[in-house]
Design a protein around this ligand. Structure first.
Ligand code: SF4
Length: 717
């Protein structure tokens, strides 16, 4: 028996886990009490890693589709098939004919993060799509224009704040997102224990709202109106206190002018919160010693995602809480984000290119997935004819997924890197499986730059794996795309990658010794990072290294062209007139929102029995008043319809949701023909994204609206 310490790569919380092994068999998975950050915290998903590794439906061999049927093949055969079909397609139709979709697991996978970009660059396509455009792109957009870099995102300093205002976020269930913070229940409890206050704004009384001091049940999609009114109150009541920010922020007066029409009285009917309540919260925020405002998925996946994301940080600035202990601060990651070190101020730009069919803008080098089906289905030059997917399940997780499902049928060629034959990969011609979490090395390249405390932790593979590592698979694909064929020298390509990285950082690649793959790249990144660390330091500290509480980083962290926080960037404020028109919105329209669940990880862990046991979770939650009006009783089957489709599922009547709002969790709708998921098929649920309308997007960023979709509901049958 042996015990290894690993970082859980399943979500953004980055918990340390203690995994006990009997040879190659996992006997237990527990929270690691000695982990410097999570201190023993674990959630049901982390505890299910054993079930994941033992899942008989997991793919262990590449699959190639021949005459419509998947056959298990050798790796050489799989790469030969790709080499046979991909280069001629690119030669005939051009680079833009190949698109890429990168799913959420890609953000948690060191190998695909580091080596995927080589493949995407080699492909030379602008048709890059990720799960970000059904999630968080508005926050990156806003941060890019405010601070100069889309990854420079202020994170609430939850461990030192006295007042935390959370909008559209349920971290007790999500375990934090765009905020790496294991054990948020403990952290919120600590705020209240030290006399602080937690306020939640959400259409549902979520688990987080239940654990808070105050809950404001907002109408979905109106957070930007609420936030604009709070900003208006700060100006109107002379509560603006820039404090240490006075010399680093521009355009404060422009913001004052922009929010003038958004008085609490003006927004209250649309927002569904009384004007007095809006004033009270604005005053509380301004009066708190140390306060932070934080918005998450409810604020980013709605019609005004960019404005809401911007206004969150406008409040942090105007209350003088940005970059201040207990406020909203900028983490300093041990490796990864480079804007600090480069010292170059270039500012941020979006819309450097646009999607072919709907003219939607690129943001951070990617196009909105809400238009991927258009790019495949609309004939013309640069029509997408081939697709790579890297993790993810867009046939369940993106808007109007029935249309995307139909679009995938039209592709000439599709390659998926995935461990499951799921609703998306069933369309592939070649599936390339990879190692599972405990079979690969891990380092949270992205999430340490979103962390409420500066930490670093390296996880070596705990289990052997007879599959190639994904970085090797990626490099073989790069070889095919570059014309070197399916047998390209992976070691030589890896050397070239490491040497290029070392050169950019001004380092000698030999410093990384005999290391290869992600370990070598992370070692070089740590050496170039701000903490004088090497990978050997992390290897010697299996429970992680605590690099301390967040520290003030202004003005050095800014990468705007002016070197200031540009508080009223035109790319964002141009959308204010559209928000003004929302004051007249129809407040009686029934609307749909999503619902996060502790034992769900979007769609991909529904094949694990420990995570789906118990009563049916895929229900339509509805307020008793709405149920009465519609003649529905608890448990009854109802049909929910939108412009794009309909689903039939059981109603769950609860007063925890605001009247006029229906909530269905996403990620369900399993059991399609051609998939392989014995557990998920038995717990299929319905796909809420059949109802999400691909034409509804946040206009500045093109991010899909998943919260606030107009619907109708009636009894089934
Ligand atoms: S909270 Fe996230 S990181 Fe922690 S155990 Fe659960 S899934 Fe893993």
């Amino acid at each position: 028996m042996s015990t290894v310490s690993v970082t859980c790569p399943l979500c953004e919380a980055t918990c340390g886990l203690s995994v006990t092994l009997d040879g190659s068999r996992i006997t237990s998975v527990r929270g690691d009490d000695q982990d410097v950050f999570s201190k023993g915290f674990i959630c049901p998903k982390g505890a299910s890693l054993k079930a994941l590794h033992e899942d008989p439906d997991r793919l262990r061999q590449p699959l190639v589709k021949r005459d419509g049927v998947f056959e298990a093949v050798s790796w050489d055969e799989a790469f030969a098939e790709i080499d046979r079909r991909l280069p001629p397609l690119r030669a005939e139709h051009g680079k833009q004919a190949v698109a890429v979709y990168i799913g959420n697991p890609g953000a948690h996978n060191l190998a695909t993060l580091l080596y995927g970009r080589l493949l995407y660059k080699a492909l030379g396509t602008r048709n890059i799509f990720t799960a970000g455009s059904v999630d968080q792109i508005p926050k990156h957009f806003s941060s890019g224009y405010l601070f100069g870099d889309p990854l420079t995102i202020p994170i609430p300093d939850v461990d030192r704040t006295d007042y935390l205002l959370l909008l559209g976020a349920n971290p007790l269930v999500s375990n934090g997102s765009l905020m790496t913070a294991p054990d948020m229940r403990g952290r919120l409890k600590a705020i209240r224990s030290r006399g602080g206050r937690v306020v939640v704004v959400d259409p549902r009384r979520t688990a987080t709202a239940d654990a808070a001091d105050d809950h404001l049940a907002i109408r979905p999609g109106t957070d930007a109106l609420l936030l604009a009114a709070m900003v208006q109150v700060l100006f109107d009541e002379d509560l603006v206190r820039l404090r240490h920010l006075a010399d680093v922020v521009s355009a404060v007066d422009e913001v004052r002018d922009l929010v003038t029409p958004f008085t609490p009285e003006a927004v209250a009917p649309a927002v569904g919160i009384a004007a007095d309540e809006i004033r009270r919260v604005a005053r509380e925020l301004a009066g708190a010693d140390r306060a932070a405002v934080y918005g998450r998925i409810g604020t980013t996946t709605q019609s005004f995602g960019t404005l809401a994301s911007w206004l969150v940080d406008v409040l942090n600035v105007l209350t003088g809480n940005l970059d201040r202990e207990g406020g909203a601060m900028f983490p300093l990651a041990p490796a990864g984000q480079t804007n600090v070190q480069s010292g170059r101020r270039r500012g941020f730009m979006h819309g450097r290119w646009r999607s072919r069919v709907r003219n939607l803008p690129e943001v951070m080098g990617e196009l909105p997935v809400a238009t991927l089906a258009d790019e495949i289905m609309t004939p013309g030059d640069d029509q997408v004819r081939a697709l790579f997917t890297v993790g993810g399940n867009p046939c369940l997780s993106t808007p109007n997924s029935a249309r995307l499902d139909a679009a995938f049928e039209q592709l000439d060629f599709m390659v998926s890197m995935d461990v499951y034959l799921n609703e998306t990969t069933r369309h592939a011609d070649v599936i390339l499986p990879g190692p599972l979490p405990l079979e690969r090395s891990h380092f949270d390249l992205l999430f340490y730059q979103l962390s409420v405390r500066n930490v670093a932790n390296w996880t070596p593979p705990a289990l052997d794996c007879d599959l190639p590592q994904e970085w090797q698979t990626m490099l073989r694909l790069v070889g095919i795309v570059n014309g070197q064929g399916p047998d390209a020298d992976v070691a030589a390509l890896d050397d070239a990658v490491a040497h290029a990285q070392a050169r950019r950082a001004g380092l000698d690649p030999a410093l990384a010794g005999e290391r290869t793959g992600p370990a070598r790249l992370v070692d070089l990144m740590l050496r170039a990072g701000p903490y004088d660390l090497t990978l050997a330091d992390l290897e010697a500290a299996p429970h992680g290294i605590d690099l301390g509480a967040l520290q003030p980083r202004l003005p050095g962290v800014l990468a705007t062209a002016s070197g200031l926080i540009e508080l009223a960037p035109p790319a964002i404020t141009a959308d204010v007139p559209r928000l003004l028109a929302e004051l007249d919105r129809d407040a009686d329209q029934l609307v749909l929102i999503g619902r996060r669940q502790l034992s769900s990880n979007n769609s991909w862990m529904h094949n694990l029995a420990p995570l789906v046991r118990g009563s049916n979770r895929c229900t339509a939650q509805m307020h008793p008043d709405d149920a009465r009006r519609l003649g529905l009783v608890d448990g009854q089957a109802a049909v929910v319809r939108s412009r794009t489709g309909q689903v039939s599922l059981a109603v769950e009547i609860t007063d925890s949701i605001r009247p006029g709002v229906v909530s269905i969790p996403h990620g369900w709708g399993h059991g399609m023909p051609g998939t392989r998921g014995s557990v998920s098929e038995a717990h299929a649920g319905v796909n809420s994204n059949l109802l999400a309308d691909e034409l509804l997007v946040d206009e500045p960023s093109g991010t899909a609206v998943l919260n606030g979709i107009p619907i109708e509901v009636c009894a089934a049958g």
